[in-house]
Design a protein around this ligand. Structure first.
Ligand code: NAI
Length: 329
């Protein structure tokens, strides 16, 4: 099968080449898939895309016209793809539903620890041989209450890890997982109740019409003053401007994000020599109690191996004329 990999990053090419083992004819392009760049897919049977590629109806129509029959996502989340349009056009779409949820949960915990214990600021001081400890006070996680929003694959691991820290665990999910209740004493509750009791909130729901801007000013208003919010899910689950206001009026004590609702065209690029124009990101970036990573929660060897192997597996299935269980419709 001839495959064009859009948004190919240097760090993933070797993993994909190894998993492919020369079975499919893979071409890499760093270009993001769009209605303009879709023309590059002429002559390819399949395209592979990443979370920053946003194939809208027009892009999908063009891909179909150019002969593309398959689209395999190198991500778990698929909020970026117009699934309805792909289905109508008969383009088969598959994702990587289960690549190391540990990678994401562990990154969320890393963000939490670094934010709470001000590790980045502390290390920056020490690099300059400044060993002053002023303004570096955090709090014990033991005995604090964490609210886990979304207790699916990643949220479940978050629950397990935070149970190890001695936290009281509350959760919100439309599908409750009784084993988390039994094993980790998780207490499910409505979202408003969770927001009222949680010292820490970690977000692990997919982005969909119900979760878009789920965390907004109404919820922030009822949160415990000083709450830490960690978002490794999708940027738009949070109304970012409301979080900025919450940080400014000190309702929110700290915010760590691996995802940003306007990350498209920003994340995964070196923009260090350009003048930043995104006002929300500028505001967040200068706040001392905000920690940002650029969508790297998945960036472990295990996750990259799994993403590459599942991507090639999806292509193998299609080239053999069979359905992959990772197909989205
Ligand atoms: P999952 O499907 O296993 O779990 C999602 C959970 O959210 C499910 O339990 C589901 O019932 C719940 N949920 C869905 N809609 C909801 C709603 N309206 N209200 C409450 N709960 C709702 O997904 P998984 O693997 O845990 O991933 C979660 C999200 O994490 C992905 O959708 C993706 O957006 C994000 N992600 C981020 C990565 C990163 O690098 N930062 C990498 C991988 C995933």
């Amino acid at each position: 099968m001839k495959v064009l990999v859009f948004s190919a990053k240097n760090f993933e090419k070797e993993y994909l080449k190894n998993a492919n083992n020369k079975k499919h004819k893979i071409t890499f392009t760093e270009t993001t898939l769009s209605s303009k760049s879709a023309i590059q897919a002429v002559g390819f049977d399949a395209v592979s895309i990443f979370s920053g590629d946003k194939p809208c109806g027009i892009t999908l129509e063009k891909l179909k016209d150019f002969g593309v029959k398959y689209m395999t996502l190198r991500s778990a989340g698929y909020d970026n793809v117009n699934i309805g349009a792909a289905s109508i056009l008969g383009i088969k779409v598959a994702n990587v539903p289960n690549y190391s949820p540990n990678a994401i949960a562990e990154h969320a915990v890393g963000l939490l620890l670094a934010l709470n214990r001000k590790l980045v600021k502390a290390n920056n001081r020490v690099k300059q041989f400044n060993f002053n400890l002023d303004n570096l006070i955090g709090f014990d996680l033991n005995n604090k209450t964490i609210g886990v929003i979304g207790t699916g694959k990643i949220g479940s691991i978050m629950v397990k890890i935070m149970h190890g820290f001695g936290c009281h665990i509350t959760g919100f999910d439309i599908n409750e997982n009784s084993s988390l209740v039994d094993n980790y004493n998780l207490k499910y509750m409505p979202l408003e109740a969770l927001c009222k009791v949680a010292d820490i909130i970690s977000i692990h729901v997919p982005l969909n019409t119900d979760t878009h801007h789920l965390i907004d000013e109404n919820l922030i208003e009822i949160m415990k003053p000083g709450v830490l919010i960690i978002n490794t899910a999708r940027g738009a689950v949070i109304e970012t401007s409301h979080v900025i206001t919450g940080l400014q009026n000190k309702t929110i004590g700290g915010f760590a994000m691996d995802v940003y609702e306007k990350e498209h065209d920003i994340f995964f690029k070196d923009l260090s020599n350009t003048i930043p124009t995104d006002d929300m990101l500028i505001k967040l970036n200068v706040m001392p109690n905000v920690l940002i990573t650029g969508h790297q929660a998945f960036l472990t060897k295990e996750a990259l191996t799994n993403i590459a192997e599942t991507t090639i597996y999806n292509l193998d299935c299609w080239s053999e004329g069979v359905k992959t269980e990772n197909e989205l419709f």
